[in-house]
Design a protein around this ligand. Structure first.
Ligand code: ADP
Ligand code: MG
Length: 609
């Protein structure tokens, strides 16, 4: 008998048939999902009535026929009665296509390519590649039926002699889509989208490899080996994950997630920027292998799967291109991941340190740019400290808890390593006052402290900044300083001898303990930032800004300089230039170290025995 499709179905068919959508292959995913659903429904029904299904009966059989240009799929699930055929395949009552229609209405007919791919249009997607489709079906109690349609507004249903329960769909492929009558092509599509279907899938005589969707199982039912195995399979890698997080959430969206931290940070090993490899599934069926906008950039190091049965129903209510649902899913998983890291840090500090060593730069990047998660991320950061030996890391919370009564800032020093930082003339002033300094070795750290600004309302302050006012140091040495009557003219002489372009101010505050001289940072641009700016703009280097100099009136070098000034002023000037360059070198501000060697030789030549 002939039937007419409902108007809505016609609309979907028109779009699907005329679709220029490139991912035609998703029709396989849709048909396999339907076969799996039908098998699952049968299994549940039998379970409810305590009947046994013979082992191996519920399978899905795919077949291709290159000669006749056919693709077919058969299941042994619940099948359909005549009424069901009419209502299931003749009206839009079911999930996938219904969401599509809703989206279509909202977008006023301007449906984008991506939309079909995102949730498929269920059964009708087969009309993208076929000009005729036959459905042979039989439900448990009903008789065999044959549904057929050529993608126009009519379909027909006839009796058909079918002995086995279930459904077989035969797609008569359009000439230009003969690729789907090739076994290899179908195999790769099934492996891509349907690797986790619960029923055995056969392609001709060959059983395709499928896996258990372990992310939907209870944690207690999965061994660590199974978690590791799954990681290797899903990410096509051979390494062992450093860590994983497996959880289920019900609100604000339903989801199951299994997120892995890989064994290594490929960016650290010098490979290019990594891509986030977290795939989106809906009930074990792949929806999107790399959903855009799932996580903020800095989360790109994680891998795994997120499965949400809310996907096909909600997606049409969200904006088209950039689904809000995807963001929502990402946010839930991200928050849980941060919580997991915080718990790990508390429960197993050693494990966390290992993680942070490899992946800490991502957290720093996040703390610097991800405003929404900044507070949680900042707590997860770790740095070396002047109070602890090489290799021991502290958190910002630790630091703040140890701050001295009147200390307002979090002091930090940037440098290539501990030695470099401690040999510069800055940290000694803090050490002498018992103040802790965080040591930062990562190029991103200067950027991080700049963007973060503060932690727990305590501003970050670089030890070379001229803004830091340090109270008097407990006088440790009994060496007498240069008396003020001599110190003031010396400072004036230094300023005029070097000139305004090199020095803005000469002070003799109590910062320095052992070093004779230090250059302080006045413009807030750290040497690391200066280097970065220079690398970005090699043609227009930053103008060298005059520095603020601090001299140590107790230092033997300064005292000698003062005497030399009256006995041999030209030598004193040479020595001063050298001291100035030393100060710039320690500050990481020296642009051209070559002139230093030449001057050094000049000075040495004047040393008379
Ligand atoms: P959805 O799967 O989202 O419900 P589809 O367009 O894929 O939407 O399928 C429409 C309906 O057709 C299904 O809900 C189901 O009732 C019926 N159906 C499709 N394929 C089969 C099948 N192989 N066996 C039994 N019923 C099927
Ligand atoms: Mg379906």
């Amino acid at each position: 008998m002939e039937y007419k499709f409902k108007a809505e179905v016609k609309q979907v068919l028109d779009i699907v048939v005329n679709s220029l959508y490139t991912d035609k292959e998703i029709f396989v995913r849709e048909l396999v999902s339907n076969a799996s659903d039908a098998s699952e429904k049968l299994r549940l029904g039998k379970l409810a009535s305590d009947e046994k299904i013979p082992e191996g009966e519920l399978k899905i059989k795919l077949a291709t026929d290159e000669k006749e240009n056919l693709f077919s799929i058969e299941d042994f699930g619940i099948g359909m009665t005549e009424d069901e055929l009419i209502s299931n395949l003749g009206t839009i009552a079911h999930s996938g296509s219904k969401a599509f229609i809703e989206a279509l209405k909202e977008s006023k007919g301007n449906i984008g390519d991506g939309l079909i791919g995102q949730f498929g249009v269920g059964f009708y997607s087969v009309f993208m590649v076929a000009d005729k489709v036959d459905v042979y079906t039989k439900s448990e109690s009903g008789c065999g039926l044959h549904w057929s349609c050529s993608g126009d507004e009519n379909f027909a249903i006839e009796d058909f002699d079918k002995s086995e329960r279930g459904t077989k769909i035969v797609a008569h492929l359009k000439k230009e889509y003969s690729e789907f009558s090739k076994t290899a092509r179908i195999r790769s599509i099934v492996e891509k989208y349907s690797a986790y279907i619960d029923f055995p899938i056969f392609l001709g005589d060959e059983e395709l490899k499928t896996r258990q969707a372990i992310w939907l199982k209870a944690k207690s039912d999965i061994t660590p080996e199974q978690y590791e195995d799954f990681y290797k399979f899903q990410t096509h890698s051979y390494d062992k994950p450093t860590d994983w997080l497996h959880f289920k959430a019900d609100a604000p969206v339903e989801l199951n997630a299994l997120i892995y931290v890989p064994s290594e940070n490929p960016e650290r090993l010098g490979f290019g920027k990594t891509e986030c490899e977290v795939s989106l599934y809906c009930k074990k069926v792949l929806i999107d292998p790399s959903p855009k906008g799932l996580f903020p950039e800095w989360m790109r190091f994680v891998k795994g799967v997120i499965d949400s049965s809310d996907i096909p129903l909600n997606i049409s209510r969200e904006s088209m291109q950039d689904s809000g649902l995807v963001k929502k899913l990402g946010r839930v998983v991200l928050k849980r991941f941060l919580k997991h890291l915080a718990e790990t840090a508390k429960k197993d500090a050693q494990k966390y340190e290992l993680f942070f060593k490899k992946f800490g730069t991502f957290l720093k990047e996040g703390a610097a740019v991800d405003f929404e998660n900044r507070a949680e991320l900042a707590k997860l950061l770790r740095f070396e400290s002047s109070l602890y030996p090489d290799g021991t890391k502290v958190s910002l919370e630790d630091y703040v808890s140890r701050m001295k009564g009147d200390q307002k800032d979090i002091f930090f020093a940037c440098g290539a390593d501990r030695k470099t930082i401690e040999s510069a003339p800055y940290v000694e002033a803090f050490a002498a006052r018992g103040l802790e300094v965080l040591y930062m070795y990562d190029p991103i750290d200067a950027f991080l402290t700049g963007n973060l600004g503060a932690f727990d309302e305590k501003p970050f302050a670089s030890v070379d900044s001229s803004d830091i006012a340090l109270g008097d140091a407990p006088s440790s040495s009994d060496v007498a300083p240069l008396p003020d009557a001599e110190l003031t003219p010396l400072k004036d002489w230094i300023k005029s001898a070097l000139g305004d372009s090199k020095v803005s101010e000469v002070s003799s505050g109590g910062r320095l303990v052992d070093s004779p001289i230090a250059a302080l940072n006045t413009d807030g641009i750290t040497p690391q930032m200066r280097m970065m700016l220079k690398a970005m703009n090699p043609d227009s280097p930053l103008p060298p800004s005059p520095v603020k100099l601090e001299i140590n009136p107790r230092s033997e070098v300064i005292k000698n300089l003062n005497s030399l000034r009256s006995s041999d002023e030209s030598l004193a000037k040479l020595v001063l230039d050298q001291l100035y360059d030393n100060a710039l070198l320690s500050a990481g501000l020296l642009e051209n170290p070559r002139s230093m060697a030449k001057r050094m030789n000049e000075i040495l030549a004047k040393v008379k025995p």
